[in-house]
Design a protein around this ligand. Sequence first.
Ligand code: NCD
Length: 320
Amino acid sequence: MSTETLDLGTVGCWTKRHLLGLEDLSAEEITLVLDKAEVFRKALDAGQRRFPLLGGKTCVNLFFEDSTRTRTSFGLAARRLGADMVDFSAATSSLSKGETVIDTAKNLQAMKIDVAIVRHRTPGTPHLLAQNLHCSVINAGDGAHEHPTQGLLDILTIRQRCGRVAGLTVALVGDIFHSRTARSNIWGLKKLGAHVIVCGPSTLVSPRWQELGVEVSYDLDAILPRVDVLNLLRIQFERQATRPFPSVREYVLLYAMDGRRLAQTKKDILILAPGPINRGVEVTPEVADGPHSAILDQVTNGVAVRMAVLWLLTQATRTG
Ligand code: NCD
């Protein structure tokens, strides 16, 4: 398959220069990204690896926090589109000499960068860089705020596996408090008409989440029979100053998705997890590796979604 046979169409309603969060996107814009990602996914499944659509463009992975899937898939997406890709490593940079994040980014921009893909532990860092740089900025995770491409790839996987998003009941289970994936899922899923439940221990799920238009539950067993999709969020031990539950064993008893709980769900339940997973904590191996799990399919969709985002951001008529 050549790019001539790749039926991407036009950028449609897309005018954005940056992708900072799903809160900022309309249902139409989200659907547009999903549609373009589906075209890339089909071509990738058909064996195509080279799509010379971004020749002459340069992207930089500006990661100030660890990453496996997001960083690698942005790198692959950019290279498969024919762009140059530079990987910046915070650990070996001049940040250790006191350089600020903005100065670091401005210096990289001076090397003629077109797209900066930013992950930082402080919420709002990609937004700050978007205000200070001329290039496009993609939020690859800012603290517990947003992770828009993760939300998009989760929603694409749901749409492909369930055939729709509107009308589905999607439960986000686990460490909602620290999860940027949860926030991006909520914005995106709600805009596309899904019913969203957030479920976990009360120390990790505040009743105030209802203000975002979601249902709050502390009882996984009670909601299981009525959910179509379970998105199992990792307990982010590294972000917790105090222990949110007495022991991991207690969390497992109340919230781990295992074979016994699977038997209480709808027979075509879809199991998602953004990864990395704590095996035996949020999900047992028999469920994570079982027939209902789309966890690795999400990773494949991650490359397609990031190709679609890079393509849209670099093609669009820029407005903001
Ligand atoms: C998530 C992240 O880093 O926000 N992972 C990811 O990007 N695939 C979720 C997590 O770390 O648990």
